[in-house]
Design a protein around this ligand. Sequence first.
Ligand SMILES: *Cc1c(COP(=O)(O)O)cnc(C)c1O
Length: 468
Amino acid sequence: MMYLSTRGDPTERRFCDILLEGLAPDGGLYLPLRYPRVDAATLERWRGLSYAGLAFEILSLYIDDIPAADLRALVDRTYTEAVFGTPEITPLKPLEPGLALQALSNGPTLAFKDMAMQLLGQLFEYELGRRGEPLNILGATSGDTGSAAEYAMRGKRGVKVFMLSPHGRMSPFQQAQMFSLQDANIHNLAVRGVFDDCQDIVKAVSADLAFKRRHHIGTVNSINWARLLAQVVYYFAGWFQATRDGAERVSFAVPSGNFGNICAGHVARCMGLPIHRLVLATNENDVLDEFFRTGRYRPRGSAETHETSSPSMDISKASNFERFVFDVLGRDAGRTRSLFGPALAERGEFVLAPQEFARLAEFGFVSGRSTHADRIATIRATHATHGVTVDPHTADGLKVARERREPGETMLVLETALPAKFAATIVEALGHEPARPPATVGIEALPKRGELVPADVETVKAYIASHA
Ligand SMILES: *Cc1c(COP(=O)(O)O)cnc(C)c1O
């Protein structure tokens, strides 16, 4: 399989050429040349496979520059009961007829980001070993992504992680998750500032190309194609479980921010998985809901981005969205460039032409929005009726799923985090602390390892230079 850029860069690339990359050189995102089609007979054959077996089959369609036996060993090492808690890896948790949660958050950091990041850790270690090169991952986090990256990369040969986080602004649980790691290749830098300061430092360091090259600096951001590909697998796994239990029309409701999770659902659907609809849920930051209702895409500035109680969906601009729009535009790279290129920064928005907007219907998307009051009400009602506690992000998905569900449709709501990660909102809704998985009990009291630094680019560069 070869890969292209959504903005038309003609260079042909294979999977391992883009594995460690973010944006394509022309500013576009990488996608496979085409989506391999899976027919009904193949689907039936895959039904009986383990999660790792299924992951191997799907990844093999997209990766032809890693020998099959090696790829098989990498996925077998990734998707284990020891890491993800159950033999199904992403089991369904039925709430009522036609409505279930799909559990994606039983990995080490209690959020769905582990599903892809754990595989990325294996792939990076493998590929860097083949090349005989090191990699220093530099990132900024306000919570879920940073911890998922650290737990995936801890102890991996050839990889070091330098993660910036805003000092004193993450929840005590999230802070403890990251700062309690004692692995020598994990470096936590607590920055005296806010998340935007952290992100600005990462951008400034990455803009210094000489420094970047000298110290082998890379990222693991949400636009990485391998992350998205790993996420395609659980749509198949969810569909197999629901149809085994008798569902005929299966849809997925997805709490969305950067459009990475639901874009994997779009890819699965394009491969021929019979997904009836993809239901996109936003919080008060409703850039994507506005798009699906009107065809207008209007990224917000940071001043217009609300801080909500589902913080991992507080995005102003959906970094994976260009992939989907490229497909909606019939893969017209010129048109994609004209919508997303410099013109978008100048005008601050684009609007699809009427015939382009009409084409959206073929892709099965519907959308909805959820507010703080909706989250609290959904967490309460789900606890009272089903005895199940959902996290605030999953609550956004559940609220929109209920609103949109049609007769005869089975809705799988992707559980993107466990409630233990967002205790304050659970206490507000239910009046008591959420349950904690045994492995995370008491982590706040563990010894912490990290460095407190000013919000200053040169200080961070000096730290990297002496530890890379
Ligand atoms: C990252 C994240 C999301 C948003 O996922 P995207 O792929 O960015 O759309 C939703 N919920 C939780 C808990 C997350 O960590």
